[in-house]
Design a protein around this ligand. Structure first.
Ligand code: HSE
Length: 357
């Protein structure tokens, strides 16, 4: 099976995806009968490239990392032309890989990129939290109406399978709520603060590693966690909320005293994201620093570790942990979404036509 891919955005995540795809190309061919070809890339600041025969994407990644450009153009016009070009491909699968950065006001332009992909007959995969956090219902309806996929495994806990876990392995189960630590930057900072370190260098380390958002106030003010909370609530609980509906308290320099005090009391200060249903059926979603009892699973998460505990009706509490995060893990989420699309395509081809009653 041949998949032609168009990359919208070519920042840290997009470039690592390009190299990871090259590293795992043989494995995908052998295990999944899936050959992926990157035919186009569009960026806001580094130009755009198109080659229907396939781009040497790792070389393009190196060029951008050395300050070079992919070619003429870029921006919204290049993205529209890229998706139109992909739509003309005769490959088995046409997939837009969207990795632009999070816009917390309204989730744009990522939502428009996904909309355009789907309305052009292409599958849409994104690592951006915006589409699921702001427009999950609309986009998932549009995708299923056209037998296309809208997937976003990398939006929460990188490549750790949260959405896949529920979709693939928990049929007929209701997720009643969840609580977790879903932002690596703030968890690293809080761990450093409780060890007596200062806020600024701890944040600087996360920026240097490319873990913090391009605008790190999105991490420390709790917006990144709120976007993940909205995405989780929308997908797992059909909440229909946005990050702006999440009651949100971030962390700051003043958290140092609270983190040290919590530790002295045998507790741990963690930025906890949670959601549950109120008696009237509405969703209550919260992001806030909480001094957790030491035996709380979330209290044991140090550094960049994340975890999510799902409350379910049939399995009780189910927890999944990510002990370390990296760009590779986020890039892997995109690869795993591609494999999901390929498997769905194969299953659809193999399925006998539905009998009409
Ligand atoms: N800035 C995010 C974090 C990156 O610190 O968790 C992963 O979404």
């Amino acid at each position: 099976m041949l998949a032609d891919l168009a990359l919208v955005g070519f920042g840290n995540v997009g470039r690592r995806f390009a190299t990871l795809l090259a590293e795992r190309g043989a494995r995908l061919r052998d295990d999944e009968d899936l050959t992926c070809r990157i035919v186009g890339i569009s960026t806001r600041r580094h130009g755009a490239a198109w080659d229907a025969a396939g781009i040497d994407a790792p070389a393009a990644a190196r060029a951008v990392e050395q300050g070079g450009s992919l070619g003429e153009g870029g921006g919204a016009d290049a993205t529209a032309a890229l998706i139109a070009g992909l739509a003309r491909s005769t490959a088995d699968l046409r997939v837009v890989i969207e990795t632009t950065t999070l816009d917390i006001r309204a989730g744009q332009p990522a939502i428009d990129h996904v909309r355009l992909a789907l309305s052009s007959g292409c599958h849409a995969v994104t690592a951006n939290k915006g589409p699921a956090a702001f427009a999950y219902e609309e986009l998932s309806r549009a995708a299923s109406a056209s037998n296309l996929a809208f997937l976003f495994e990398g939006a929460v806990m990188d490549g750790i399978p949260i959405f896949n876990l529920v979709r693939e392995t928990m049929p007929a189960i209701d997720v009643l709520g969840f609580r977790g630590v879903v932002n690596a930057t703030t968890n690293h900072i809080l761990s450093a603060l409780e060890d007596g370190e200062a806020f600024a260098p701890a944040l600087a380390r996360m920026q240097a590693e490319g873990i913090a958002e391009a605008d790190p106030s999105l991490d420390v003010d709790g917006w990144d966690a709120a976007a993940k909370t909205a995405a989780l609530a929308n997908v797992l609980m059909r909440a229909g909320i946005t990050p702006h509906d999440v009651r949100r308290t971030g962390i700051g320099e003043a958290s140092a005293a609270a983190a040290v005090r919590a530790r002295a009391e045998g507790r741990r200060l963690r930025l906890v994201a949670s959601a549950g249903r109120l008696p009237d059926g509405s969703i209550d979603a919260v992001v806030a620093p909480i001094a957790l009892a030491a035996d709380d699973l979330l209290a044991g998460l140090r550094g960049q570790a994340n975890a999510l505990v799902l409350s379910t009706d049939l399995l009780g509490q189910v927890a999944i942990c990510q002990l370390e995060g990296s760009l590779t893990q986020t890039a892997y989420a995109l690869v795993s979404d591609l494999v999901t699309i390929a498997r769905q395509h194969r299953a659809r081809r193999a399925a006998p036509p539905r009998r009409t009653p």
